[in-house]
Design a protein around this ligand. Structure first.
Ligand SMILES: [Zn+2]
Ligand SMILES: [Zn+2]
Length: 624
């Protein structure tokens, strides 16, 4: 254990490659590309990892001890080691807290004592206090924890109480995701104090958790920021905070809100259970997978028929041998039997239908067999975790993510704001190579097979609209970009450069065919051509044609944010002018499209005919 203050974990990223660093080796903090970094801020960031790992270890040992005891097995080694870890943390904390607040905090942070940020302290406190509460059920461990552990708990409680006052009262920010974690720490620290025979602080922390859910969760079940990761983050805080609460005693609206949050994950997930990482959040990171697993396990105890089986299976696949088994020991989390229905309406058995999340503005179109899906982003910007990605189109299959939301690297990387949050990183439209503006999209029409959405404010002077039509064997994608007032256009270059981006996470090949293009998107899960595709994963075939002279330019670019230094073929499809329709047809498995014919009238594109290889054809009217 390091007897040191933790910094900010997001600093643990290679400045050269944008990849999260590997575990410390000697005096160096290594990057997977061979970089060897030393000193700050990496050292303090690494301390966060070791403190988190220590708290997780104490929690694992404590739960392993109590679950063995429940089976009649007495394993004092686990118990004694857990007590030792907790006591050592109490010593470290006593030294560090005596020295006052962290001086490593960024100006925007709520300061902590053991860590730079009070949020990190709250998350860590939940882990450690849960270990203490578990150990306190043991007659030998309880007295062994002693006064220093009580001081640790009361010290942490004072820090988070003060952070809550600053955030909720002084900054008037009660919907912040920090508040959910502060409240989870409040319930858990009090539970540990009571388990050790001390009085609680008299505050209604569970009531605060329920109040936060009422404020921060929309009618469609999404946490207001519309980021998959922060949705999970807040849901996990709620489930942890409700330890020992009787499910049947939850206020009906709170239980419904939690059920809606779980339903969001089940309905958003790709057919293989992979969660699209919309907006800020890690694309593929072991600690985040552990967080998802904990949500799945706890949700499974709150509802008898929790719909997260596929998400849990995908998460366990991603973790592989990186799972130490902690989450599987978290039994009897709530103070009563699981509730029966996770949603208001019964969910029909069989393939999942398409779904629109009206508040977050995400539409998910699925094929009839639920084997692949398109996700369209047409909602609000989403606060500080939003991206400039309005009308972005993400494509997921089974065992493959051809064009996924890319996530972001750890926040200290310049590539978070410099690339991954920008329009450039997303499969949507940018004009004159500028970023979009933070904007709210509008879903104009939605059915099981069609969505039409527009974004009038995302690009100054240009209106965007995207229409998706899902059929049995292909997805039709029509993107319309039009300059609002071409007469006010003073440039002499003949219009504006309107670019629709293709942003694959897999090897992409492009071939021009007359004035159209074919693309093929490999069936590779990780974009790494040397790794074997997942069983059953399909290649995706694209056919692309625009209404105006266009260039579809292949160029090396970045893939998802788990490895920003990996180079993949990206494509930018550009029309210079005042108006264009970019029409694509995507089909997984078999290339069913022979040609795509565009029919235009005086007012522009009116219909698209998709000619299939089997000589059938379908005419699609374009929504005006
Ligand atoms: Zn590096
Ligand atoms: Zn967005």
């Amino acid at each position: 254990m390091q007897h040191a203050r933790g910094g900010w974990w997001h600093d643990y990223v290679c400045p050269t490659h944008g990849t999260e660093l590997e575990p410390r080796s000697g005096d160096a903090y290594p990057c997977r590309y061979g970089c060897r970094l030393t000193g700050e801020p990496f050292a303090s960031a690494w301390t966060v990892y070791t403190h988190q790992a220590g708290a997780r270890r104490a929690r694992l040992l404590a739960h392993r001890h109590t679950s063995a005891r429940a089976r009649g097995v007495v394993d004092t080694a686990d118990r004694d080691e857990a007590v030792r870890v907790v006591r050592e943390f109490a010593e470290v904390y006593a030294d560090i807290a005596a020295a006052g607040w962290s001086t490593q905090s960024e100006p925007w942070m709520l300061r902590g004592k053991l860590f730079a940020q009070a949020l990190t302290e709250a998350i860590w406190a939940v882990q450690l206090a849960d270990a203490v509460a578990e150990l306190a059920t043991d007659d030998a461990a309880r007295p062994a924890l002693g006064a220093p552990v009580v001081s640790l708990l009361t010290g942490l409680l004072a820090t988070i109480t003060s952070a809550r006052q600053t955030l909720v009262v002084h900054k008037n920010d009660p919907t912040s995701n920090y508040v959910a974690w502060i409240d989870a720490a409040g319930t858990t620290l009090n539970r540990a104090l009571v388990a050790l025979g001390h009085a609680d602080d008299g505050q209604n922390w569970v009531g605060r958790t329920i109040e936060h859910a009422r404020l921060a969760i929309g009618a469609d079940g999404w946490e207001w920021e519309g980021s998959t990761y922060y949705h999970l983050f807040v849901l996990r805080a709620y489930l942890l905070a409700l330890r020992g609460t009787e499910p049947a005693a939850l206020p009906a609206d709170a239980a419904e809100r939690l059920a809606d949050m779980v339903r969001v994950l089940a309905d958003l997930a790709a057919p293989d259970g992979t969660l699209p990482m919309l907006h800020d959040g890690p694309y593929d990171r072991v600690p985040a997978h552990l967080e998802v697993l904990e949500v799945c396990v706890l949700a499974g105890q709150l509802w008898a028929d929790s719909p997260l089986d596929a998400v849990e299976a995908a998460t366990r696949r991603s973790l592989g041998t990186a799972h130490d088994g902690l989450e599987d020991l978290l039994t009897g989390w709530f103070g009563g039997p699981a509730l029966l229905a996770p949603t208001r309406e019964a969910v029909p058995a069989g393939p999942r239908p398409s779904v629109l999340f009206a508040n977050a503005g995400y539409a998910v179109l699925r094929d009839p067999g639920d084997t692949w899906q398109a996700v369209l982003d047409a909602g609000p910007h989403g606060g500080s975790h939003g991206h400039l990605d309005k009308l972005g189109l993400y494509l997921y299959g089974t065992g493959v993510a051809w064009q996924p939301a890319p996530g972001v690297p750890p926040y200290a990387s310049t590539l978070r704001r410099g690339y991954y949050a920008r329009t450039l990183a997303h499969p949507t439209v940018r004009v004159d190579d500028l970023d979009q503006l933070p904007a709210t999209g509008q879903v104009e029409d939605f059915s099981a097979t069609r969505v039409v959405a527009s974004a009038g404010d995302a690009i100054a002077g240009v209106s965007l609209r995207r229409e998706l039509v899902m059929t049995d064997d292909y997805l039709l994608d029509i993107v319309h970009a039009v300059v609002d007032d071409p007469t006010g256009d003073t440039d002499t270059t003949g219009g504006r450069r309107m670019t629709l981006a293709l942003r694959p996470a897999v090897p992409l090949t492009i071939t021009a065919e007359g004035s159209a293009w074919r693309t093929s998107w490999a069936a590779s899960r990780h974009g790494d051509p040397t790794r074997r595709p997942a069983p059953g994963a399909a290649e995706l075939h694209g056919f692309h044609r625009a209404t105006a002279p266009a260039v579809l330019l292949a160029a090396p670019g970045r893939g998802p944010s788990d490895d920003p230094a990996r180079s993949l073929t990206n494509a930018d499809w550009t029309v210079t002018g005042h108006e264009a329709w970019f029409v694509s047809v995507y089909s997984p498995g078999t290339a069913v499209v022979r040609d795509v014919v565009l029919h235009s009238g005086a007012a522009g594109l009116t219909a698209v005919t998709v000619l299939r290889a089997d000589e059938c054809s379908t005419v699609h009217e374009v929504t005006r």
